[in-house]
Structure formats: structure tokens, C-alpha cells
Design a protein around this ligand. Structure first.
Ligand SMILES: [Zn+2]
Ligand SMILES: [Zn+2]
Length: 163
């Protein structure tokens, strides 16, 4: 079982939230066509597709982005639930995504993440593997471990101790 649902759409130019159900490819406020999008991704059960995709995306090992939640090695066996943020999605693409069946959504989602990771790498930036904020890495213990801040590292350590 797998789902990709758009949980939030925000105009990339004016910052207005858009109603997901009424979304029509342009910002209702400024008619902008680029959006920040939050996608809610959930899966449950033993997910062979996930496992296959993890292997298929081995090309991406040098990127700090684990959009497949591979930091959780048992993730493919259990229910996973996460929010993924995309910084720049074209309104027409987003409209197609909202109407698309699951396999198409999945394909578009992977393409978007790939484009995003390529452009991030180009700028030398990283995505925090805990909170997914984009940051410019410096030589310190938390940035070295792929986390945006000292606070995020502390939260990460806490959650590791709990599990
Ligand atoms: Zn706008
Ligand atoms: Zn963080």
C-alpha cells in the first residue's frame, strides 16, 4: 500500500497557500506558476517496490538526500509516513500530479526529487536528513553527519536512544 498525497501548496513568489482541492495551476493571488509543495508519503507492509527502487537509485549515494527513508533500514517492512518538501514545482506539472493515478504520481515524485537533488548539489547545499531543511554545510560535527543544526543533532540522538 502506498500513497503520495499533496498536503500543502504554497506559491513560490508571493507565499500564499493554495487550496489543494481547488488548485488550477496558477496562484490565485499573483498568478505565479511555481510552487513549494509538501507531499505526504505513506506506505505499509512489505514493500518490494521500495526495495527495488533503493537499489535502482544507488547512483545517488553521493547525495545526502535520502528521500526513500533509507536511514531506517527496516523501513521497507513497516509502515512509513513522511512529508517531503519540494521547493520549485511547475503549476501545470502539479495539476497533472493531482489528477494522476498512483504509478504516474510515483514517477513524477521521483523525477522531482532527482531534479531537486541535482540542483542542490550544484549549489553545494544539502538537505537535513532529519528535518529536510536546506542548508549550506560547514565543517562541524552536525553538518558532517548531514544535519542542519546542533538542535537537530540533539533531537536525532534523542530519537535514536528511544528506538
Ligand atoms: Zn502567488
Ligand atoms: Zn535539521
Amino acid at each position: 500500500m502506498r500513497r503520495f498525497d499533496v498536503s500543502r501548496i504554497t506559491c513560490a513568489s508571493c507565499g500564499h497557500h493554495q487550496a489543494v482541492a481547488a488548485f488550477a495551476s496558477r496562484c490565485f493571488q499573483c498568478l505565479g506558476s511555481a510552487f513549494r509543495v509538501e507531499i505526504e508519503r505513506s506506505a505499509s507492509g512489505l514493500d518490494w517496490e521500495e526495495a527495488a527502487l533503493s537499489l535502482a537509485s544507488a547512483f545517488a549515494v553521493t547525495t545526502p538526500i535520502d528521500f526513500l527513508d533509507t536511514d531506517d533500514p527496516a523501513g521497507i517492512y513497516y509502515r512509513t509516513h513522511s512529508f517531503v518538501n519540494l521547493a520549485q514545482v511547475d503549476g501545470d506539472d502539479l495539476c497533472r500530479f493531482l489528477k494522476a493515478p498512483l504509478p504516474e504520481r510515483r514517477r513524477m515524485f521521483v523525477d522531482w526529487k532527482r531534479e531537486e537533488s541535482e540542483s542542490l548539489l550544484f549549489h553545494g547545499e544539502q538537505v537535513c536528513r532529519r528535518c529536510r531543511v536546506i542548508f549550506k554545510p560547514y565543517a562541524n560535527a552536525w553538518n558532517d553527519s548531514g544535519l542542519c543544526s546542533r538542535a537537530c543533532r540533539r533531537a536525532q540522538e534523542k530519537s535514536l536512544r528511544r528506538s
